[in-house]
Write a protein that binds this ligand. Structure first.
Ligand SMILES: *Cc1c(COP(=O)(O)O)cnc(C)c1O
Length: 349
């Protein structure tokens, strides 16, 4: 209890949050004249004249069911990127506190930290792309507030060792964020089941990858009730719009379709891996628990440019620590993968 309180920025601890019309009255009524909405409707005729539920209760109820977590431990953001920013704003005093990241990893942690004027400390992954606990503890001081881990990691594709994550959650004095954007593609277990055991553990998931809904911008943060309450205080009141809530709710009713789509992607990924392995430019294809492959190629930069000329865009990671000479390739449809491969073969010959 006390530990979390101490981690929170003092101005957030004492914040008197904005109270929206939908906060102050939540019951059933027939006449709503409290939010200055246009009671006559909209030109679109879809009931969009009303503000959305600020706490997305229907959506959370369904997520709670599917993921077996209580609603009070769920936060929804405008993408998980919003949750990353809000966590920084809740816990990190600008110009004073620091966060720790384990490169090579997702770029938003450091961009968000920079925007919030929060120092970034690097504890690089080892050659097998796993975390090194000593490197993390060497970075820690009394102003270390958040450690960002990403598992399966972007751009390397591997799961971090579960035991090392757990050890780190136990020893790290601040919040440990485990970003599981790709966990639906992974064979390993999510950290979601550990939320109740550690008040400093926050797990991020998203509808942008396996669920195929990147355009809706909805991400999830799971954590201790107190952390979720803090995120709710700081977020813009209506951060998930009505259309997004409605569509997410429908998608949550189609779990089976999502599972099938994941399986198709996994099959396509292994086919792509086999084809890439045959190219003479391919030096190494890293193991993946995600919907992309990290591939080390001779002449990665040239290949990247050649692919761009052919209208095929992959992610050039060749100048990133431990990813030297690597491209990150998202698994596409069979047709897309064929286009990619035929361009690569043309370069190869
Ligand atoms: C794609 C991705 C996200 C998703 O962010 P959204 O804002 O939810 O779209 C988060 N973390 C990682 C590591 C990602 O690769």
């Amino acid at each position: 209890m006390d530990r979390l309180r101490k981690l929170v920025r003092p101005n957030i601890r004492t914040l008197d949050p904005y109270s929206s019309a939908r906060d102050e009255f939540t019951g059933e009524a027939s006449v709503f004249l409290d939010a200055n909405e246009n009671s006559f409707g909209s030109p679109l005729n879809k009931q969009l004249n009303r503000y959305p539920d600020p706490y997305q209760r229907d959506v959370k109820k369904k997520i709670a069911e599917i993921k077996n977590v209580s609603e009070s431990r769920i936060f929804l953001g405008n993408g998980s990127d919003e949750a990353i920013d809000l966590l920084l704003r809740v816990f990190c005093r600008p110009g004073r506190d620091n966060v720790i990241i384990c490169p090579p990893t997702y770029g938003m942690y450091s961009v968000s930290a920079d925007i919030n004027d929060v120092e970034i400390r690097n504890a690089p992954l080892d050659a097998g792309f796993d975390i090194v606990e000593d490197r993390i503890s060497d970075c820690v001081d009394e102003d270390s507030k958040i450690l960002f881990l990403c598992s399966p990691n972007n751009p390397t594709g591997n799961l971090l060792s579960r035991n090392k994550i757990l050890d780190t959650v136990k020893s790290f004095p601040g919040i440990v964020v485990v970003d599981e954007a790709y966990v639906d593609f992974a064979e390993g277990e999510s950290m979601l089941g550990d939320i109740g055991k550690f008040e400093n553990l926050v797990v991020l998931q998203t509808f942008s990858k396996a669920w195929g809904l990147a355009g809706l911008r909805v991400g999830m943060a799971f954590g201790d009730d107190q952390v979720i309450e803090l995120l709710n205080r700081v977020k813009p009141p209506y951060n998930i719009n009505s259309l997004a809530q409605k569509e997410i709710l429908s998608a949550l009713g189609r779990v089976q379709a999502v599972k099938e789509s994941i399986n198709r992607i996994l099959v396509a990924r292994e086919r792509l891996r086999a084809s890439l392995a045959k190219l003479s430019a391919t030096e190494e294809i890293f193991r993946s628990s995600a919907n992309f492959l990290l591939v080390r190629l001779s002449k990665a930069d040239e290949i990247y440019d050649f692919l761009v000329e052919k209208g095929v865009i992959v992610r050039n990671r060749s100048n990133i620590l431990l990813c030297e000479g690597c491209l990150r390739i998202t698994v596409g449809t069979p047709i897309e993968n064929r286009k990619l491969l035929s361009a690569l073969k043309e370069f190869d010959s």
